[in-house]
Design a protein around this ligand. Structure first.
Ligand code: DGL
Length: 274
């Protein structure tokens, strides 16, 4: 198989990264995807950087074993803690979601006041702060962890009154700081776009890191002459380290299309063999 015909590897701590896979499939409809969701060890958000780095190395090793030509770290927390190390170690291009999200926020802001929301780990790492300031040195970045958002989405509670109240609570400081761009710095947050927009108001631009990452991947593959040019349709494969049936059932909401099969991948067993 020519390098360009090989699939794109995407990994996340669980099903949330399917929102990124969705954007990639939309932007690059001719590309095959191998998706791995580490549902046995989700959430990554509250875990230590060392643990998230180890999990990320294992996920990347699995994707490489499936012959991928590039790896997208769809998880914001894994990008925050592990992207640099993966880039140094891996023999294929590795993209994270934070730089593209930061770039889009810098393009969107007029006042230089940018909000970022994400898991506790992503916010604590300061990775978005750093990425924004590299592009716009005098930007004011206001970061807010929203640890309850991801579980609320997984429970299908995007439109509930409870979610609206929690959103008001979490977002009040960013509203008060009058940010005019807000980065949705977690895989699950695109599904909360309506409630977040309602709380923040229509003058605030919401930046979806996943969509920006798909655009960056398109450019990176083109530059590396790795865009797939085959005539036959692409094939997507989905793997999860636990409860593949749940991923299949819930995943369609995140992926925006029916997922026909999710296979179990025993990440611990693989690690011992590697
Ligand atoms: N995928 C994670 C992220 O984007 C959210 C879920 C988790 O905490 O693992 O940060």
């Amino acid at each position: 198989m020519s390098p360009a015909s090989r699939p794109i590897g995407i990994f996340d701590s669980g099903i949330g990264g399917l929102t990124v896979a969705h954007e990639i499939a939309r932007r690059l409809p001719n590309e095959s995807i191998v998706y791995f969701g580490d549902t046995a060890r989700v959430p990554y958000g509250p875990k230590s950087p060392e643990t998230v780095r180890r999990y990320s190395r294992e996920a990347a090793a699995f994707l490489l074993s499936r012959g991928v030509k590039a790896i997208v770290v769809a998880c914001n927390t894994a990008t925050a803690h592990a992207l640099e190390e993966l880039r140094e170690r891996l023999p294929v291009p590795v993209l994270g979601v934070i730089e593209p999200g930061a770039r889009a926020a810098v393009e969107a802001t007029r006042s230089g006041r940018i909000g970022v929301i994400g898991t506790a780990g992503t916010i604590r790492s300061g990775a978005y702060d750093l990425a924004v300031r590299r592009l716009l040195a005098d930007a004011r970045v206001y970061a807010q962890p929203c640890p309850l958002f991801a579980p609320l989405v997984e429970e299908g509670m995007e439109a509930s009154q409870a979610t609206r109240l929690i959103a008001q609570d979490y977002l009040a400081p960013l509203h008060d700081m009058e940010v005019d761009a807000l980065v949705l710095g977690c895989t699950h947050y695109p599904l909360l776009r309506p409630v977040i927009q309602a709380v923040m108001g229509n003058t605030v631009t919401l930046v979806d890191s996943g969509a920006e990452t798909a655009a960056e991947l398109d450019r990176a593959l083109e530059d590396a002459a790795l865009l797939r040019a085959d005539a036959h349709p692409p094939r997507h494969e989905f793997y999860a380290s636990d409860s593949p049936l749940r991923v299949k059932q819930l995943g369609s909401r995140f992926m925006g299309e029916i997922i026909h099969q999710v296979r179990l991948f025993d990440v611990d067993g693989f690690d011992k063999k590697a």
